[in-house]
Design a protein around this ligand. Sequence first.
Ligand SMILES: [Zn+2]
Length: 316
Amino acid sequence: MSNNPFTLLGKEIPEGKRTILEIEVAKLHTRTTVKVPVIIERSKEPGPVVLLLAGVHGDEVNGVGIIREILNQKLNKPKKGTIICIPVFNIFGYLIQTREFPDGRDLNRMFPGSLNGSLASQFAFQFTKEIAPFVDYVIDFHTGGDQRENIAQIRCAEGDKKGLELAKVFNPPMIVYSSYISKSLRDTMNKLGKTILLFEGGKSKELNANIISEGVNGTKNVLIYLGLIDGEITVKGDPIFIKNAKWLRATYSGMFKITVKNGARVKKKEILGVIQDPFGEFKKRVYAPFDCYVFCINKTAIVNKGDALFHLSVDE
Ligand SMILES: [Zn+2]
């Protein structure tokens, strides 16, 4: 529940209005100051504090698109509680469309961070100290890395009851069990006793209308469920639970043609794609090794032997 007074980034946040703050951690090497905008809407009615966060990886633009759409539709104006939006967290990476920080580090492996660490570590530290303690719920928006295209999904740890409850309310096509990764933002928030949903959808460097719609609709559902906004929860269907998963890797190098649809349920030995040379001499089919769902596809044009091609569910 929100405190009264409510403080964020060392500043008191007034009730009943919009406040825009900036995380200011470092300058570019050209001495230009880099600021990360934090958009806060605090109701006069007390209630939960929800943080919507995107762009932890700078090239994962779908999440930025989801929060932009939430702002467009004014879904971030709560009737009670507080909604905080950080649309572009790793602004350094976003500017030059890379996943990492300028120091080459993955921000999502730097939490909780430290005051005297690398740039990414200092940035993580400021978030952990000045934002994280004051929020109750987080939705962290990601996409597949590189050309790996994820079906819209919420990732949750198997034992996380509160997270799973909200994941079902979010109502994505799939809910994927995933244990906490050391030094990730999700791990740190969990250790602080916060409920965090990790959304994954689409691939890097794209604005995918379907993924954005899934993200906006799910977030809206969660905000309605927590009582922050009015409206009716939209249920599109029962999410498919992926409890165990395995990557199917390329056994040959070549041009990659995908024939299966992402999200499909396939039978053992069904053809998922083809690896070919450019000359029409060499052609190898990629078969499903067992009955499964395909929930992530590497959409790269050319694959090397050993590359991860399809992420497949493993039935219990
Ligand atoms: Zn990511």
